[in-house]
Design a protein around this ligand. Structure first.
Ligand code: UT7
Length: 320
C-alpha cells in the first residue's frame, strides 16, 4: 500500500515585540506610506535580545505537537528550515530535538532561505513515503533581524522574526496529505539576494543584500510557473484549489501571481501586513494562522509556494 505524508498538526510563534513602520522611519529615510504601498507591510515582530531561532522553533513546535496530540518522543524526524541558525554548527534541529525531549532519530537543518520550508517539506515527504519515517516535525524558524543592516532602507523594512511548524504522519493513500511537490534553484542568480558575510568568507554573520527589482521579476515569473507545474503533477486545475498559502515577500507579488493563475485574491492567505517577510517561517506561519482562525478546513486543497535566495523556489499541493 502506498504511504502518504498526512498533516497532523500545525503551530506557530511570533516574538512579543512589534516593530511598526513608523519606528523604522525614525532610523532610515522611509515612511509608513512607502512601505505599505510598495510591500503591504504594516508591522513585523522582532525577537528579544537573547531570544534565539531555536527558542522560536521550540514554541512553534510545541504548539504543533499539541495540535497533533503528540509529544517530542513520538517523533522520528525533525527538519528545521532556517538561514539564521543559532550556531554555525550543530544544526538548530538537534537543539530542538533535545528541548522537545527526543533523541536517537535524525534531526538536521535545511538551508534554502525563503524556500527552506518547501525544501524541508519535500525531504520529509520523501522520507515518509519511501524511508520508513512515521512522524516528522518540519519547522521554519528565523531571526532575520540579526542579519539586517539598519542603515539600508531597501532591506531593513522588509523582514521580521517568527516560526511555524507542521507535524506530518505516515498515513494511507486516501487523497489527504502532501500530494505533489516541485523544487528548483538557479545558482546563476546567487548575487541578487545574499548575505555579505559567512564562516568561510569573513568569519562574521554579515548583512542581507538584495537587488529587489531583479528578485521581484524572477519571483512573479517562476512562482507562476512552479504553481502550474505542481498542479499539473497533482492532476488538479485552478478551480479545484481552495487556498494558496504563499511565502510573504511582497503583497504585490501575491496579487500578480493570483491574477496570472486566475485565482481570486480572497483565496490567498495574506500575513505580510502583520508579519513582514519571515523567510522560511512565513508559509507554516500562514498555514497555522488560517487553520486556527477556521479559514482552512479539513479536506481542502492547498497550494504552498516560496521563492528566496539562491535563487531557490518551490511549491507543494497539500490536502488537509
Ligand atoms: O523573500 C525573498 C524574496 N524577496 C522578494 O521577493 C522581494 C522582491 N522585491 C520587492 O519586493 C521589491 O522590489 C521591494 C519592496 C524590495 C522594492 O520595491 P520596488 O517597488 O521594486 O522599489 P525600487 O527598488 O524600484 O525602488 C524605488 C524607489 C528608489 O528610489 P529612486 O531610485 O526611485 O529615487 C528606492 O531608493 O524607492 C526607494 N526606496 C525606498 N523609499 C522609501 C527603496 N526602499 C525604500 C524605503 N523607503 N524603504
Amino acid at each position: 500500500m502506498n504511504v502518504r505524508a498526512h498533516l497532523l498538526g500545525t503551530g506557530s510563534y511570533l516574538p512579543e515585540r512589534i516593530v511598526r513602520n513608523e519606528e523604522l522611519a525614525n532610523l532610515v529615510d522611509t515612511s509608513d506610506a512607502w512601505i505599505r504601498e510598495r510591500t503591504g507591510i504594516e508591522q513585523r515582530h522582532r525577537a528579544a535580545d537573547g531570544e534565539l531561532t531555536s527558542d522560536l522553533a521550540l514554541a512553534a513546535s510545541k504548539a504543533a505537537l499539541k495540535d497533533a496530540g503528540l509529544e517530542g518522543g513520538d517523533l522520528d524526524l525533525i527538519i528545521v528550515a532556517t538561514a539564521t541558525p543559532d550556531h554555525t554548527f550543530p544544526a538548530t534541529a538537534t537543539k530542538l530535538q533535545a528541548a522537545l525531549g527526543g533523541h536517537g532519530f535524525p534531526a538536521f537543518d535545511v538551508q534554502a532561505v525563503c524556500s527552506g520550508f518547501l525544501y524541508a517539506l519535500h525531504v520529509a515527504d520523501c522520507m515518509i513515503r519511501t524511508g520508513g519515517t512515521k512522524k516528522a516535525l518540519v519547522v521554519g524558524a528565523e531571526t532575520f533581524s540579526r542579519i539586517l543592516d539598519f542603515e539600508d532602507r531597501t532591506t531593513c523594512v522588509l523582514f521580521g522574526d517568527g516560526a511555524g511548524a507542521v507535524v506530518l504522519g505516515a498515513g494511507p493513500d486516501d487523497g489527504r496529505g502532501v500530494v505533489a511537490t516541485a523544487l528548483h534553484a538557479d545558482g546563476r542568480q546567487h548575487d541578487i539576494l545574499y548575505v555579505d558575510g559567512g564562516v568561510s568568507t569573513t568569519q562574521t554573520a554579515g548583512f542581507l543584500r538584495m537587488e529587489g527589482q531583479e528578485v521581484y521579476r524572477h519571483a512573479v515569473t517562476e512562482l507562476t510557473n512552479v504553481l502550474l507545474e505542481v498542479m499539473d503533477k497533482a492532476g488538479l486545475s485552478v478551480e479545484e484549489i481552495d487556498w494558496v498559502v504563499p511565502h510573504q515577500a511582497n503583497k504585490r507579488i501575491l496579487q500578480s501571481t493570483a491574477k496570472k493563475l486566475g485565482l481570486d485574491f480572497n483565496q490567498v492567505v495574506v500575513t505580510i501586513d502583520k508579519h513582514g517577510n519571515t523567510s522560511a517561517a512565513s508559509v507554516p506561519l500562514a498555514l497555522d494562522l488560517a487553520r486556527k482562525d477556521g479559514r482552512i478546513k479539513a479536506g481542502q486543497t492547498l497550494l504552498l509556494e516560496a521563492m528566496g535566495g539562491g535563487l531557490t523556489w518551490g511549491a507543494a499541493v497539500l490536502r488537509t
